[in-house]
Design a protein around this ligand. Structure first.
Ligand SMILES: [Zn+2]
Ligand SMILES: [Zn+2]
Length: 344
C-alpha cells in the first residue's frame, strides 16, 4: 500500500510523543498490514515512552498494544487471516512457537517473544504490521473501540482470575477497581465467582457494586484484611491485585484463604515484604501473571461478544496522546482511554 500515515512516535524517553507523517509500512513474508481503527492506551505505554524498565525499546518507536483494525494487505505465505478480517495486535506480538513455553501455551514468557508497541511498532498509528499467527480475532458484533481494552487489560484480568484457580461459588477479591479491576469484576461474576471489591476510593467501590460486586471493602478505613475475612467467611480462595501499590500486595496476601492463591498483575516499582509465617502456615500461593495465551485471548473476547463484559471507555483522537499520558501519569484516567484512530 503506497502513501503516508500518521503515527505518534517516541523519539526521546521522557519527552512528548511527536506526531509524524511516516510511509505506510509494507508487510513482509508471513506478515499482514492492519489499518488501525482504535487503540487503547495502557499504563505500559507510558512506561515504554519513559524508558522505565530494564529492557528499553529502541528509539524511535510507536507505542500501543491494544490496536484493533482491519487486515488490508497480506505478505506472501499468509493463510491464518484474510483481507477484511478485524484483528487486534496485542502485547504478545509474536513468539518462537517451539520452545518449552510456547509448546505449553505459555507463550507470553517465550524468550524470543516480541512485544507490540515496545520491541516492535504498535497501534498509535494509522497502520500496523502484524504477525497473523498471533493477532487476536475480534468476534463479529464487537466494535473496535470496545475490543481495544480487552486485548490487554481484559485478557490480563481474565487470565489473572484463572490463575487464582478459584472455582464457581467461591470468593475472589479484586483489589484495585481501575482499568483492569472493573473488567475483572465482570469476568469473575460471569465465571460464577463471588466478588469482593477492594479500593481506597468510594466512587470506584460504588462502581464495583453497580458492576455486580457482592461485597465492597474500603482499604483506607479500619482493617481491610479483617473486613475481607469477615465478608468472605475466612478469606478469599482467589485474590487478584491490580492496584499498582505495594501496600495492596501485602494486604492481598492477608486476604487469601488457606490454600488460596494471590495473583499479582500490578507492576509498582520495588519489592514488598512477604509475611512468611502466614504464607507457609496457610499454604498460600503467590503468583505473578501477565496477559495470556491465544486461546485465552479468544475466551476473553467471547465474554464481551456475549455481552457479559464491557469496558468503560473514553474516546480521544490520536493527536491527544500527550494530554492522555499526562493524565495517566497523575492517575487521572477513571476508565480506559481509547484512541479513535479511524477518524484521525
Ligand atoms: Zn497493556
Ligand atoms: Zn517460544
Amino acid at each position: 500500500m503506497k502513501g503516508m500515515m500518521q503515527a505518534a512516535v517516541v523519539e526521546q524517553f521522557r519527552e512528548a510523543l511527536v506526531l509524524r507523517e511516516l510511509p505506510i509500512p509494507t508487510p513482509g513474508t508471513g506478515q499482514v498490514l492492519v489499518k488501525t481503527e482504535a487503540c487503547g492506551v495502557c499504563h505500559t505505554d507510558l512506561h515504554a515512552a519513559n524508558g522505565d524498565w530494564p529492557l528499553k525499546p529502541r528509539l524511535p518507536f510507536t507505542p500501543g498494544h491494544e490496536g484493533i483494525g482491519i487486515v488490508v494487505a497480506l505478505g506472501s505465505g499468509v493463510t491464518a487471516v484474510k483481507e477484511g478480517d478485524r484483528v487486534g495486535v496485542p502485547w504478545l506480538y509474536s513468539a518462537c512457537g517451539h520452545c518449552e513455553y510456547c509448546l505449553a501455551a505459555r507463550e507470553p514468557v517465550c524468550a524470543e517473544a516480541k512485544f507490540g508497541g515496545y520491541t516492535v511498532n504498535g497501534g498509535f498509528a494509522q497502520y500496523i504490521v502484524a504477525d497473523p499467527q498471533y493477532v487476536a480475532h475480534i468476534p463479529a458484533g464487537l466494535a473496535a473501540t470496545e475490543a481495544a481494552p480487552l486485548i490487554c487489560a481484559g485478557i490480563t484480568s481474565y487470565k489473572g482470575i484463572k490463575e487464582t484457580q478459584a472455582q464457581p461459588g467461591q470468593w475472589i477479591v479484586i483489589s484495585g477497581i481501575g482499568g483492569l479491576g472493573h473488567l475483572g469484576i465482570q469476568y469473575a461474576k460471569a465465571m460464577g465467582l463471588h466478588v469482593c471489591a477492594v479500593d481506597i476510593d468510594e466512587g470506584k467501590l460504588d462502581h464495583a457494586k453497580r458492576l455486580g460486586a457482592d461485597a465492597c471493602v474500603n482499604a483506607k478505613s479500619g482493617d481491610p484484611v479483617a473486613a475481607v475475612k469477615k465478608a468472605t467467611d475466612g478469606g478469599a480462595q482467589g485474590v487478584l491485585i491490580t492496584a499498582p501499590s505495594l501496600g495492596a500486595f501485602k494486604q492481598g496476601v492477608g486476604m487469601t484463604r488457606k490454600w488460596g492463591t494471590c495473583v499479582l498483575v500490578g507492576l509498582p516499582p520495588g519489592e514488598f515484604p512477604t509475611p512468611l509465617f502466614d504464607v507457609v502456615a496457610n499454604c498460600i500461593a503467590i503468583r505473578g501473571s501477565f496477559v495470556g495465551n491465544r486461546l485465552e485471548m479468544a475466551e476473553a473476547l467471547a465474554f464481551a461478544a456475549e455481552g457479559k463484559v464491557k469496558a468503560d471507555i473514553e474516546l480521544q483522537p490520536l493527536s491527544a496522546i500527550n494530554a492522555v499520558f499526562e493524565r495517566l501519569a497523575h492517575g487521572d484516567v477513571p476508565s480506559r482511554v481509547v484512541l479513535d484512530i479511524a477518524s484521525t
